[in-house]
Structures are given as C-alpha cells and as structure tokens.
Design a protein around this ligand. Structure first.
Ligand SMILES: [Fe+2]
Length: 393
C-alpha cells in the first residue's frame, strides 16, 4: 500500500503513516469529541510510536493551545516545527497553517485555514469541530452557524461520526436562535450516542433559552449517572443543571452542586473558574433575600486567586471567559484595588449577538500595557453583575 492509499474513516487521505496508526487516530478523534478520559495519554503514545504522523502532531498542538496557558505555547510550537519538516499533503498543510496562525494569535488566518479545508474536504471532522468550537469562543456565532450549515449537505446517517456533526450543528443552530433545528439535531445525536456530552449541552441550551427548566433538570439529572466518567467538560453540564435549579429558586441545592460537582476543589482551569464564578455571581444576584449570601461571597473570594488574566496569551479573544474572571475579581475587591493603585484601565466595547437576533453592546475593561498596541492589554468585562443573570453560554 502506498502512502496515498491510506485514508481515514471518512475517506480522507493522510500522509506517511500506517493504516493501523490512522485507525488509532480515528478512535482518538472520536473519543476526544465525546469528552472521554485518557485521550491525551493515548495521543502521546501514538506520537511516540509514529513520530512522523503529521495530523497527530497537529492535534497535539491544537490540544495544547486549547489549554489557554502561556506555557502551552512553546510545547505547541515544538510540534509545529516537527511537522513543518515532514512531508504532508495539502489538507495536512492547511492544518499546520491553522496551528501556526493560532500560535501567532492570528485568529482570522486560523479560521481561513480551516475554512479552506472544509470547502474542499467537508468531512474533515477535526477542522469542523475546531473551527466551530473556536468561533463560539470568539463570539462569531453567525459565522459558526454558517460553517456547520455549509457542510451539512455532505454529512448523513451513513457518514462515520455523524453524531459529531449533529451535535456541533445543534449547538451552532441554538446559538443563532434556530431552536427547532437545534433540538432535532441534538436529539438525533443522542439517539446515536446517549452519552454525547456536546449534544446534551446543545439540548440544555435550547431548554435554557426557552425557559424549559423542568425538562432541563430531567435531562441533566439523568445524565448525572455517567457525567463523572468523562473529562473536565462535565463541570459545565453540572453548571447548566445548577442554572435550571437556580431558576426554580432551589438555592440550597445549587450551593450543594457547587460544592460537589461544579467547583469541588481549587482549580485554575479556565472552564472551572468560569463555571464557578458565573454560578455564584448569578446565585448571589438571584438569592437576594437568602441568608446564604455571605456564604456565596466567601466562596467567590476563595475562587478569586485562581482567576487567570489573559496577557498577550492564547485566548485574548475569549471574552466569555474573561467575564467570569471579572465576576470573581469584582467580588474580591481586586478590581477596585487596581483602580485605587492607578492601574491604567480603559473601557472598550464591541457588539455581540446574544440569544435570538438580539444585539447588545458588551463593555470590556482593558488594562493598557502598551499604548502603541492596546491589543496587548488585559481584557476583562465590567458590569459583569449586570449581565450575570442572562443565559450566555
Ligand atoms: Fe453552555
């Protein structure tokens, strides 16, 4: 078999690796998007065995950049340097380009590379999930919906991994307010894989946006049976369950969920911080008459030291992440402390779409580190308490 004959489970050709290695890679991709445990260890083992596996290096680079911490950058760059020296086909080159752009913080170039892949190879699941996932984080929801809708005609029940397309499309449609299509796709994905956390998440969003708290509680209480068998993304589903209960005024239950599942131990992982800070900020706001407010404030203060400020790092575009950081900062008094110390802060704003065709201005507070390049500043939301009760993500 020549290299050109080696194809993945969806028929896309790969460069110089063995068919057996590609089979393992396909399984890894499947497990990655099902949020299963142990994927990174298996990817490391695959790379050790097949150091010339271009897309495995790229996947490792993407995974490292997703961590969103500065020390991940040199590690991701090392994988990029290795693949740049390897033979690669045009699709693999475009993946390298996306990784290069990501490390360089050029999000437009990153999106353009994945876009080119999907135009030519719409069944490239890695490009589809990375592209739609990062567009969500940068707030480009309409673009996200266009991407998944753009490839929809190429995916069908016979396509291996169809559930991964369905769950991505469900969330993209929900984010632009097409709740009917979103719910249908999420339920179809769940029929294929009942423990698909991304499909559960998309359906939970539909329920949240339509005020269907009872159904949301039913869905996620049932998922509670298996959630903790999955990776840290599970914390976000516990967070969604907490939101549904919060909307029913079940404040004590929500604090218990916070303690046991949403933020069970001190964590610097950005998703944990987001889930924890935003839940408590909502709790504090909604449970105004409750005697538990001091407890929530104390918890926010405990969480605050784990807040990560994004300084010229991998996720300055993650405005949704930084808003929760500010909630914790605000509660701890650090924001006022910064102002008192004369830290140069400036307010910038940008438009965003929230929910169905709703336009709202988002205010961000930017610490100006370099006057010549204010993009190097620290981005953080102000007025975080004011938007804390909205169903954002
Ligand atoms: Fe969510």
């Amino acid at each position: 078999m020549t290299h050109a004959d080696i194809i993945d489970v969806r028929g896309l050709s790969l460069g110089a690796v063995s068919a057996a290695a590609v089979e393992r890679f396909d399984a890894l991709i499947d497990d990655l998007y099902y949020y299963r445990l142990g994927v990174q260890d298996r990817l490391d083992a695959l790379l050790q065995e097949f150091p010339e596996f271009v897309l495995a290096h790229v996947l490792k680079g993407y995974s490292l950049m997703t961590e969103g911490t500065l020390d991940a950058h040199p590690k991701a760059r090392a994988h990029l340097l290795q693949v740049e020296a390897l033979p690669a086909n045009p699709r693999e080159r475009l993946h390298q380009e996306a990784l290069r752009a990501w490390i360089a913080q050029d999000f437009s170039a990153r999106a353009a590379a994945w876009e080119q892949i999907l135009v030519k190879w719409p069944l490239d699941l890695l490009a589809l999930r990375q592209h739609t996932g990062t567009l969500f984080w940068t707030g480009d929801k309409r673009y996200q919906a266009e991407v998944s809708a753009g490839v929809a005609g190429h995916w069908g029940p016979q396509t291996p991994g169809y559930a991964h397309f369905l769950s991505a499309h469900a969330f993209a449609m929900e984010e632009v307010g097409d709740y009917v299509v979103a719910e249908r796709c999420a339920r179809e994905a769940l029929a294929l894989q009942p423990q698909d956390l991304w499909a559960l998440h998309g359906l939970a969003h539909v329920f949240e946006m339509q005020g269907r708290a009872r159904e949301g509680i039913e869905l996620l209480s049932d998922a509670a049976r298996f959630l903790n068998d999955y990776n840290l993304f599970r914390g976000h589903l516990w967070w969604h369950l907490s939101l549904f209960k919060l909307s029913q005024g079940r404040f004590d239950e929500v604090l218990d969920l916070f303690d046991r599942e949403v933020y069970p131990q001190s964590s610097t992982f950005y998703l944990d911080v987001q889930n924890g800070a935003s839940l408590l900020a909502r709790w504090e706001r909604l449970a105004q008459a409750s005697v538990h407010i001091p407890r929530a404030i104390k918890k926010l203060q405990e969480l605050a030291p784990n807040v990560v400020w994004w300084r010229n790092t991998s996720q300055p575009g993650q405005y949704m992440a930084t808003q929760e950081a500010v909630m914790a900062m605000d509660s701890s008094g650090r924001m006022n402390g910064m102002l008192d110390k004369g830290v140069p802060l400036k307010i910038v704003s940008f438009p965003a779409v929230i929910g169905h065709q709703q336009q709202r201005e988002i205010i961000v507070l930017s610490e100006v580190i370099d006057e010549e390049n204010s993009e190097g500043g620290v981005y953080a939301r102000v007025q975080a308490r004011g938007v804390a009760a909205s169903s954002w993500w």
